[in-house]
Design a protein. Structure first.
Lengths: 595, 118
């Protein structure tokens, strides 16, 4: 409501009006007239003093802030120069074995650059550099000295010592730039499992690729420990390579695994390469046959067949199988090596490595069970490993009678050694399937829970059967007294151009486990040796079978690595192998051992 | 004494307060300069030490790599075999103290040394 003097009245009865120019200027000058107001009130001096004090305080605070800032900048700026190498995106952490031994590390190297315009005497510079730097390409050096480029990269990877040697030559026009390089001090030892990284700092193979993110994230902070035990790796690889050279094999594989934890303690593939010189390596040597190659494994697969047959109740160790005559199936006839056998109990099917017996057990178990158990053992898929190289198996998805019988003794399916090792670990560790790992489990750390695939009782029986096969079966050549070794041989005739080659072109394998006694959840070590196409040698009597070629290698490996693994020698039943083939005096109690 | 007199007292025509402010300003400027110079010197020294630490760190890493290379199982084994004729011990040579009497029993009795002739 508007009143007569231009004011408005609000709903609450209060009056107000629009501000005039006088009102506005009065408010603006109000602070400036404080002194007048103070004088009017008789306290003019106090007001001035307060103003001066307030301004001084502001200036002092400004000065103190500036002084602190300047001091901080002077003291602490530019001091983190030395740490920037770890901030580079390509930096990677040191990779060590389970005992802290270095397997891979970043090392600062130097690149050698030439600025030709600054070079006074090109001939003298050329001669001095060629003398001081081994491996320097004369052509590249000439291109650098005589080319049009203002700066030319001549050579990388100079060690600090070599850089100092060139630097001491005091040659004008020579420059160095830091470059980080990945070094593998062990050379070929563990090359496939350690792998390598590219120049951009990205892991390209092996653990370097498998654990790329953890290795990058740990750069400059800590090391990344692998499950590998360098002592075990060294001994295993040494025995494998000596044997591979001796038998002139095409390729070879060796693995050592703790079946309780699933840790890979050693993994080797022959031929090996030097990860420090990947560019010069033959690509064929860089294949990790343990994970990347699939093989028709042969009779080592009978471990899976018997585990299936026992676990389903299709048979027990004393169930007798007729092996007198071959099994005739559409398109193939299944034979045994002629040992004069007629009827064999299941344990002897295993120790004689009877193809007929294993095929009959597979048929008795049935296709549905084979499908279930083979999947449970991980045989129908790539091994679930951190290794990116883990290969997919080759097999016929239609489990016909023919395929079931043939798979029963390790043919009609090709799987990687890593997949075989993962599956067999589950049979020998109490029945729990868990992926094998390259990561170290700290002491006291529980392994992955695992998935139950067979009963504990089946696992115990399989350990006993493996032990019996080493004391009295085809695996006798792997027997190392005191280490309670068990194992299974495998001799797979190779498929060449779609037909089994026959003759001596075999994949000779041995899958060992030790010690076979003790609680099911105890540490127990699995050793796999595979020799691809070994040549005949006099000491094997001309045989190229798993028992003749690979079992002795596994034995030598076990003898060397057992002390590292803390396995003590304890002489037990069957440690002195029975001479010849007198099977009448087999110690049957091995089959019923309970721990 | 009135503490606020400092705002009005003059010395040779200049207010004491102004003199004090000037002195403080001078002290702050000189102090900042000195502190900055000292800090720069300290910083340079610290950077030198840091550079030395980095250099030593790199040398240590290089030495670690060399040790790792020199102690590589394959290299040690090759040298031991080639120059010392050594081999991995046979497992049967691994015995315990309890085995000693058994081994001693199968060994030949020691032959007494001949008496020295004068």
């Amino acid at each position: 409501m508007t009143t007569a003097d231009g004011e408005f009245e609000g709903g609450d009865g209060r009056r107000w009006r629009f501000p005039t120019w006088r009102d506005i200027t009065s408010h603006l000058w109000w602070p400036e007239r404080a002194f007048e107001r103070a004088r009017a009130s008789g306290k003019a001096e106090d007001d001035v003093r307060l103003r001066i004090f307030f301004v001084m305080a502001l200036f002092a605070a400004g000065f103190v802030t500036l002084a602190i800032g300047a001091t901080y900048a002077a003291l602490f700026s530019g001091l983190n120069v030395g740490s920037v190498e770890y901030l580079k995106p390509k930096a990677r952490a040191d990779v060590v074995d389970r005992n802290g031994e270095i397997l891979a590390m970043d090392l600062v190297h130097y690149g050698l650059y030439i600025h030709p315009k600054d070079v006074n005497d090109r001939a003298a510079t050329r001669a001095a550099l060629l003398t001081a730097v081994p491996g320097l390409s004369p052509t590249r050096l000439d291109n650098a000295l005589n080319g049009p480029h203002p700066e030319y990269y001549v050579l990388g990877g100079l060690t600090p010592g070599l850089k100092a040697r060139v630097h001491d030559l005091a040659l004008p026009g020579i420059d160095f730039q830091e470059e980080s390089g990945r070094a593998y001090p062990l050379g070929q030892t563990g090359a496939h499992v350690i792998g390598f990284a590219g120049k951009d700092g990205e892991g390209l193979a092996g653990a370097e690729r498998a654990l790329d993110a953890p290795i990058r994230n740990a750069a400059g902070k800590t090391t990344v420990p692998l499950s590998i035990d360098l002592r075990v790796q060294g001994a295993m690889q040494d025995e494998l390579e000596k044997a591979a050279l001796h038998f002139q094999v095409k390729d070879a594989v060796g693995m050592v695994i703790n079946v309780r934890t699933g840790e890979i303690l050693a993994m080797a593939s022959y031929p090996a390469f030097d990860p420090n010189a990947v560019g010069k390596a033959d690509p064929a040597t860089m294949v990790n046959h343990a994970a990347q190659t699939v093989y028709e494994p042969g009779s080592v697969f009978k471990v899976f067949t018997l585990a299936m047959g026992l676990d389903t109740g299709s048979a027990n160790v004393d169930t007798v199988f007729d092996v007198h005559s071959p099994i005739v199936l559409p398109g193939q006839t299944i034979h045994d090596y002629d040992k004069g056998d007629h009827a064999l109990p299941l344990w002897e099917v295993f120790t004689h490595s009877s193809n007929i017996g294993a095929a009959r057990l597979a048929l008795r178990s049935g296709a549905a069970n084979m499908d279930h158990y083979w999947r449970a053992f991980g045989l129908f898929a790539a091994a679930p490993s951190e290794l990116a190289e883990s290969a997919h198996p080759l097999y016929n998805r239609r489990l016909s009678e023919n395929i079931v019988a043939t798979m029963g003794f390790g043919h009609a399916i090709s799987v990687s050694p890593l997949a075989i090792a993962t599956g067999m670990s589950s049979i020998l560790n109490g029945g729990l399937y868990r992926p094998l790992t390259l990561r170290k489990l700290e002491p006291g750390q529980a392994p992955a829970p695992g998935r139950r695939v067979i009963q504990e009782s089946t696992s115990r029986t399989m350990l006993n059967l493996m032990r019996l096969n080493a004391t009295n079966g085809t695996g006798r050549n792997a027997l190392i007294p005191g280490y309670r070794v068990g194992g299974k041989t495998g001799t797979a005739t190779k498929l060449v151009n779609g037909r089994y080659a026959g003759g001596k072109r075999n994949l000779a394998s041995f899958a060992a486990i030790f010690p076979t006694d003790g609680p099911l959840d105890a540490d127990r070590y699995y050793v796999l040796v595979m020799m691809d196409e070994p040549h005949e040698m006099p000491e094997t009597g001309g045989f190229t079978t798993g028992g003749a070629v690979s079992a002795p290698i596994a034995g030598k490996i076990i003898a060397r690595i057992a002390p590292f693994l803390g396995v003590r020698r304890v002489l037990t039943k069957g440690d002195e192998p029975i001479a010849g083939k007198n099977r009448d005096i087999i110690d049957h109690s091995i089959l019923t051992a309970t721990d | 004494m009135n503490p606020f007199a400092i705002f009005t007292r003059r010395v040779r025509g200049v207010r004491v307060l102004d003199l004090m402010a000037g002195a403080i300003l001078l002290v702050l400027a000189v102090g900042s300069y000195a502190f900055k110079t000292m800090a720069e010197a300290q910083g340079a020294g610290a950077a030198d030490v840091q550079a030395q630490i980095d250099k030593e760190g790199r040398r240590i890493r290089l030495l670690k790599a060399e040790i790792s290379h020199l102690e590589a199982p394959a290299r040690v084994e090759s040298l031991a075999t080639q120059y010392l004729g050594m081999a991995a011990p046979d497992v049967k040579h691994d015995i315990t103290l309890a085995d000693l009497p058994r081994i001693a029993a199968t060994s030949e009795a020691p032959v007494p040394a001949k008496a020295a002739t004068p």
